[in-house]
Design a protein around this ligand. Structure first.
Ligand code: SF4
Length: 110
């Protein structure tokens, strides 16, 4: 069961349907406010994660391997773009081909 996704969601927990309701310390305490540190949502804009996503989108949308130049246009900062691409290659999500193009793993090269 995906308790966190289905019942114990942050804004509106569905405690009446929760199998842990009789044991839940937060419910039994009357839903006290969080006394701990506030978690800030992680920024996305401008991160390597965003660049990785943009690079992957180019590769996903292409029926064939793409030249590096097609990847260069997705992000203006060359060092960050290279770092993101290197990370994708290291993670096995992108294959660098001998001819300098890039492809998703398993894409047939021509
Ligand atoms: S009873 Fe507790 S664990 Fe279950 S949904 Fe409510 S707050 Fe979450």
């Amino acid at each position: 069961m995906e308790l966190g996704a289905l019942n114990c969601v942050a804004r509106t927990p569905r405690c009446s349907d929760c199998p842990l309701a009789t044991q839940c310390r937060w419910l039994l305490a009357g839903f006290p406010d969080n006394a701990g540190p506030v978690r800030r949502p992680q920024a996305f804009a401008g991160t390597d994660r965003q660049v990785r996503g943009l690079l992957m989108a180019v590769l996903r949308e292409s029926p064939a391997p793409v030249p590096a130049g097609d990847l260069d246009v997705v992000w203006p900062k060359a060092a960050q773009r290279a770092r993101a691409l290197d990370g994708l290659v290291a993670d096995g999500l992108v294959d660098p081909l001998p001819d300098g193009r890039f492809a998703l793993p398993g894409v047939v090269t021509r």
